[in-house]
Design a protein around this ligand. Structure first.
Ligand code: HEC
Ligand code: HEC
Length: 335
């Protein structure tokens, strides 16, 4: 009801001529991405530095951006990530773009939100392989950081809460509005070609929208991978059952966002599908029992590529230098 009232008042405010457009956007299963609200700019700037700082890893070489590269759609574009000592990760790195819209974080949803998630990789032996205490020792030894943390949080001591809050605040800014599809939703009817529109129709009529919907075109439910036909995964991960302990949750994964999906290859939790065309084919068969013709597949792929939005742009953060007392990284130490 609140939603209807909001769109009504927007339409009235903007004049009746736009009613059609606003109404259309509201009745579609996908909504445009909105700009982030209530952002603490000081926290964002600090979080941006931490996101790019490899000194939060044991090797001094791996940062969040190593695996969630903001020049590459917030991913690493490899099937499973490379962690400390070149270890092969167990699962594909999802994008950080629009992750603030997810109902929970990780493929199995084991972290409630971005703040809870951000503490994980630093201490994960297969990722950054550090400990929170060691990371805090490093940060506390760097005068540029102690000054900035004090400015932002008003406390003398840096703690892991502040680190994860700042990173999460930065991540909230990593949304990608203004995709061509969103412009179309907002009423710019020539933003999509007839082929792309036909792809969107197929996406709706064949049932993809049952799981991929909302602002992020996914990210808002856990669903079974291999609903109609079982999926033979390359990864041992069993999804949501690892969190709930319920057998019925086996192979339930968080439905990935399809925003910017053109950039976030390879696909699926095991990174087994190299191309969008392959991913669409697998989805059609395994989730819907439907084999798309090459022409239908190409149309859906064309639609999916219209979901690429404005990528985050900013000046690369310059990190405060280590002090003489800063503990040095140990990239080549035994595990
Ligand atoms: C070594 C590679 C690697 C590093 C470094 C890394 N991540 Fe990740 N990240 C992953 C992988 C792999 C997953 C998926 C793990 C899973 O679901 O079990 C993930 C998941 C996430 C997610 C959840 C996204 C979603 O849709 O569920 C977020 C957010 C995230 N990482 C942010 C970060 C931040 C912030 C940092 C730095 C503190 C970081 N990552 C460091 C590989 C990495
Ligand atoms: C029953 C729910 C469901 C339906 C219906 C569904 N999907 Fe999915 N989709 C998922 C889940 C769950 C995953 C993640 C599976 C995994 O990684 O194991 C996924 C993954 C994807 C991916 C890969 C994204 C990535 O980043 O890895 C694409 C692309 C995709 N779906 C497109 C589609 C299309 C196109 C359709 C319609 C033909 C469709 N999906 C129908 C649940 C669904």
């Amino acid at each position: 009801m609140k939603r209807v009232l909001t769109s009504l008042s927007v339409a009235l405010a903007a004049g009746l001529a736009t009613w059609g457009a606003v109404h259309a956007a509201d009745s579609e299963p996908i909504q445009p991405i909105r700009a982030p609200q209530n952002i603490n700019l000081g926290m964002v700037e600090l979080g941006k530095k931490l996101y790019f700082d490899p000194r939060l890893s044991k090797s001094g070489f791996i940062s969040c951006n190593s695996c969630h590269n903001l020049s590459m759609g917030g991913t690493d574009n490899i099937p499973t990530s490379i962690g400390d000592h070149w270890q092969q990760g167990p699962i594909n790195a999802p994008t950080v773009l629009n992750a603030s819209l997810n109902l929970a974080q990780f493929w199995d949803g084991r972290a409630a939100d971005l703040k809870e998630q951000a503490g994980g990789p630093i201490a994960n032996p297969g990722e950054m392989a550090f400990t929170h205490t060691l990371a805090l020792n490093v940060l506390s030894s760097i005068p540029g950081y102690t000054r900035e943390f004090r400015q932002v949080f008003g406390k003398d001591k840096i703690d892991i809460e502040q680190v994860t809050l700042a990173i999460a605040e930065f991540e909230k800014t990593l949304v990608t509005p203004n995709s061509r599809f969103d412009l179309w939703l907002l009423g710019k009817k020539d933003a999509l070609t007839p082929t792309e529109l036909a792809g969107y129709e197929l996406f709706k009529t064949s049932g993809c929208v049952a799981c991929h919907n909302g602002e992020a075109v996914g990210g808002n439910s856990f669903q079974k991978m291999g609903l109609i036909e079982p999926y033979k995964a390359r990864s041992k991960a069993e999804g949501r059952s690892a969190v709930t302990g319920k057998d019925s949750d086996r192979f339930n994964f968080k439905v990935p966002t399809l925003r910017n999906v053109e950039l976030t290859y390879p696909y699926f939790h095991d990174g087994a599908a190299n191309t969008l065309s392959e991913a669409v084919d697998v989805m059609g068969r395994l989730q819907l029992g439907r084999k798309f013709s090459p022409d239908e597949n190409a149309k859906i792929v064309a639609f999916l590529k219209t979901l690429t939005g404005d990528q985050p742009t900013f000046t690369l953060p310059i990190l405060p230098p280590s002090a003489d007392s800063t503990p040095r990284p140990t990239p080549f130490a035994a595990h």
